[in-house]
Design a protein around this ligand. Structure first.
Ligand code: ZN
Length: 247
């Protein structure tokens, strides 16, 4: 039996972390196979089995939140169900993984090599423009004494600029509020680049460019590998992105 599909970031090699794919689970149909959310209409018993497989293959406890497309960052010291409303999690407890759930929205993982503390951030377009990723950086600074220039970051699979078509108004907001390189406002076919936007925001928060890795995998393009909320008209599963603290 193959284990859960998990992609890794080169820069985060010293941390147990990953971005799950849709491979290696037991869900069927639109949720095939490694759906990790019970709130999208999948059979709860299958989702439980998928989570059991992820826990078994990683040996980690997962600290999760109920995501609301905001910028609140909670601190966790143990694995938790997604009850508390927030869009990012930090932890410094070894063996506990900060974890967010995504299917097009961009996951951002952060690690502080000095303290061993980590963060996982959920950044869809609302979270991106609202500053969820910089809020994750700030939380590591305030809670664990991190220096932004030390931090490592990975921007995981999400809907890419190839597929993220938006209204002219939204593209104009990204251009004006985040930066011209993140959006091309047009009457038709306006695009936003959420990867680039998050990279830019992390750099403004003090991260060094060489310490930011963008995986560049588009969830909408790669149907065999990823769930995509937009491509699948909302009927789809969820991946998770996670990173565990080290002592
Ligand atoms: Zn694409």
């Amino acid at each position: 039996m193959p284990g859960p599909g998990i992609l890794a970031a080169r820069l985060l090699g010293a941390y147990r972390h990953g971005f799950t794919t849709r491979e290696g689970g037991v869900s069927r149909g639109a949720y095939a196979t490694l759906n990790l959310s019970t709130s999208v209409g999948d059979d709860p018993a299958r989702v439980r089995e998928n989570w059991d497989r992820l826990r078994a293959s990683t040996g980690l406890a997962f600290a999760r939140v109920r995501q609301v497309h905001g910028c609140r960052v909670v601190g966790a010291e143990a694995g938790t169900d997604p009850v508390e409303e927030a869009d990012a999690v930090t932890t410094s407890t070894p063996g506990v993984a900060a974890c967010v759930s995504v299917a097009d929205c961009v996951p951002v993982l952060l690690a502080d090599p000095r303290s061993g503390a980590v963060a996982a951030v959920h950044a869809g377009w609302r979270g991106t423009i609202g500053g969820a990723a910089p809020a994750g950086v700030q939380a590591l600074v305030e809670r664990y004494g991190a220096r932004p220039g030390d931090l490592l970051a990975a921007i995981g699979p999400g809907i890419g600029p190839c597929c993220f078509e938006v209204s002219r108004d939204l593209a104009a907001r990204f251009r004006d509020e985040v930066g011209p390189v993140t959006a091309t406002p047009r009457d038709q076919g306006s695009r936003v680049d959420l990867w680039r936007a998050n990279e830019l925001l992390l750099r403004r928060a003090g991260l060094r460019p060489a310490r930011i890795e963008t995986l560049g995998r588009c969830t909408s393009c790669e149907e065999r590998t990823f769930f995509s909320h937009r491509r699948d008209d909302g009927l789809t599963g969820r991946h998770v992105a996670f990173i565990a603290a080290v002592s």
